[in-house]
Design a protein around this ligand. Structure first.
Ligand code: GRF
Length: 198
């Protein structure tokens, strides 16, 4: 099986995935990394690991669907079977999701449905909850609401700063995401909304 990672920024989850593939903890080929930001650190991480990269310039594809059609073109060129979003800051169109039903995974830094959105760690911290966490879920057209695959809790102690909490969350992400990806590769996880095989 071949998969692509979509990222926009720092790429620490991508790095954990690259390492898991290298150690055969994910038994699939990471064939392509796609980014919408030319200077994304994620692109450099992929290049350093010898993985093909594709930057898609949103200025050339200003509408969501035209961007996504361009992404699909690259995915089809590389015969990609499934897609892993790791800090990808764009919302995918229905067209894209229909092309890969039950084949797009995302990681979110909270216990969804609590704290959706782009500032989830900060929102949980400022809400002074005692427990937050990490969610891996299938992607559907609405943001942060697709079927949940796995969640892991992260306790917030009174001594934690926002930076401590971010660090704890990212550590959990880097363990959890590769494990879930491998379960998906093994066919042990299927989207309830898709009858297609992974
Ligand atoms: C992670 O916290 C992930 O949960 C969220 O975006 C962040 C990406 O971080 N969707 P990185 O680029 O993988 O370091």
């Amino acid at each position: 099986m071949k998969f692509a990672v979509f990222a926009s920024g720092y790429g620490s989850n991508l790095q954990a995935i690259i390492e898991a593939v290298g150690k055969k903890k994910i038994q699939a080929e990471l064939a392509l990394v796609v980014a919408d930001q030319e200077n994304a650190r994620a692109l450099q991480r992929a290049k350093d690991a010898g993985i093909k990269t594709q930057w898609i310039d949103p200025r050339k594809f200003p509408e969501r669907e035209s961007f996504d059609r361009e992404a699909i073109r690259h995915l089809e060129d590389h015969q990609i079977d499934f897609i892993v979003l790791a800090g990808f800051m764009r919302i995918l169109s229905g067209h894209f999701i229909d092309r890969y039903p039950g084949k797009i995974l995302n990681i979110h830094p909270s216990l969804l449905p609590a704290f959706p959105g782009a500032q989830a760690i900060r929102d949980a911290f400022e809400a002074r909850v005692s427990v937050t966490g990490v969610t891996v879920h299938f992607v559907e057209e609405k943001v942060d609401v697709g079927p949940i695959i796995r969640q892991e809790e992260v306790a917030i102690s009174p001594q934690d700063t926002l930076e401590c909490l971010e660090e704890k969350i990212h550590q959990v992400e880097h363990q959890l995401y590769p494990k879930v990806i491998e379960l998906y590769v093994q066919g042990k996880i299927k989207s309830p909304n898709s009858h297609s095989k992974p």
